[in-house]
Write a protein that binds this ligand. Structure first.
Ligand SMILES: NC(=O)c1ccc[n+]([C@@H]2O[C@H](COP(=O)([O-])OP(=O)(O)OC[C@H]3O[C@@H](n4cnc5c(N)ncnc54)[C@H](O)[C@@H]3O)[C@@H](O)[C@H]2O)c1
Length: 339
């Protein structure tokens, strides 16, 4: 640890908290993990010991600790609003795992609170790491530079092995598809204006939610992103995007190191753990966040609190469409919602 390091406190010692703590400790320059909070005290203590930090149970106490300069919220979705509000009140930069909150109303509380501070627009970042993934960024660069012409439409596939316990059609959108709901308007450079939703034929492997779901995100600039969300696809974690330009297409390719040749076939492995697919994105996201705190200028690639709110307003429109026979449904825009 250097004395100039940004001291990071992490709330939540689960899957994502552990991943962020480990990456910060091993791979990010200019930061030290100083404190870990989890309501499960032994879990917090074990993670803290692995990165040379201290631990406690209470997230609010972590935020207000003089040993913490900046906060990562990696606890359950329903805790995000109150913890992010406390970080704003303490005037400390906070990287909140997605989603920013569980409802648009909660996200609005965060936007309005941040607006009252001197750090308005700079304190809160949302952990939408596709914006930092090299393959996703390359697509974005091509959309901006137009080497193959204008963007006409986008195909998005997001599949996983299992939905978590208690998943619903809405929570699949607000917890999982929210990644695409944030990335796609950023990719095409235009907010989502309207949506349509459709139930695909239901898989036998899911109950309590519609799975797979199909939906179209129609951006204000006319680009349609056609999305499949299939949480119980079983075979692996498989997220892909393809952009159709006027004169060519471009698609993300799963990062691979090796190919297997056997049994008259050639192929690569597809993991079941999303952390493998997005490891580089998480590392770049964390390094950018730390660098932004140091310089006082957050990377413009970061999703702000307003972006977090925008994504939840799109979820609301998708749910409304799903309850209304898949009708074309307008999305409430952030400025209108806050007015
Ligand atoms: N960016 C991504 O790719 C990605 C992937 C998975 C999960 N997530 C998000 O990260 C967050 C954490 O997910 P996870 O998979 O690590 O969950 P997890 O259940 O593995 O861990 C959450 C931890 O938070 C602790 N916790 C809950 N409430 C708390 C509170 N009030 N104070 C202190 N600790 C508390 C729990 O004890 C648990 O240890 C969620 O918001 C989830 O949506 C993001």
């Amino acid at each position: 640890m250097s004395t100039n390091d940004i001291r990071i406190g992490i709330i939540g010692a689960g899957v994502m908290g552990t991943d962020h703590a480990t990456l910060l400790h091993e791979s990010v320059k200019g930061a030290t993990v100083s404190l870990i909070a989890d309501m499960d005290a032994p879990k917090a203590a074990a993670l803290a010991a692995s990165v040379g930090a201290n631990s406690l149970e209470d997230g609010i106490a972590l935020i207000n600790s003089s040993d913490v300069d900046a906060v990562i919220v990696a606890s359950a979705d329903m805790t995000h609003r109150d913890l992010v509000l406390a970080a704003i009140q303490a005037n400390k930069p906070v990287l909140c795992e997605k989603p920013l909150a569980t409802t648009a109303e909660q996200a609005r509380d965060i936007v309005l609170a941040e607006d009252t501070t001197a750090g308005a627009g700079k304190l809160v970042s949302v952990g939408f790491m596709r914006r930092f993934d090299p393959t996703c960024v390359e697509l974005h660069d091509a959309v901006v530079a137009k080497p193959h012409g204008e963007t006409l439409l986008v195909h998005s596939i997001s599949r996983g092995t299992n939905s978590g316990p208690g998943s619903t059609t809405r929570s699949a959108l607000s917890n999982s598809a929210i990644h695409e709901i944030d990335y796609l308007p950023w990719l095409v450079g235009s907010p989502i204006a309207e949506v349509t939703w459709q139930a695909a034929r239901q898989t036998k492997n899911a109950s309590g939610l519609q799975d797979p779901q199909l939906f179209n995100l129609i951006s204000a600039n006319g680009v349609v992103s056609n999305c499949e969300l299939f949480l119980n696809a079983r075979y692996g974690h498989d997220v892909r995007f393809e952009v159709v330009f006027e004169e060519g297409t471009m698609q993300t390719v799963e990062p691979v190191n090796t190919a297997i040749n056997a049994n008259q076939a050639q192929g690569t492995t597809l993991g079941t753990d999303w952390r493998r697919r997005w490891r580089t994105a998480y590392r770049i996201e964390l390094q950018n966040w730390v660098d932004g705190i140091r310089t006082g200028s957050p990377s413009p690639a970061f999703a702000t609190a307003r972006d977090g709110l925008a994504s939840l307003l799109v979820v609301d429109a998708l749910v409304a469409s799903s309850e209304n026979g898949g009708a074309l449904t307008p999305v409430t825009q952030v400025a209108d919602y806050l007015a």
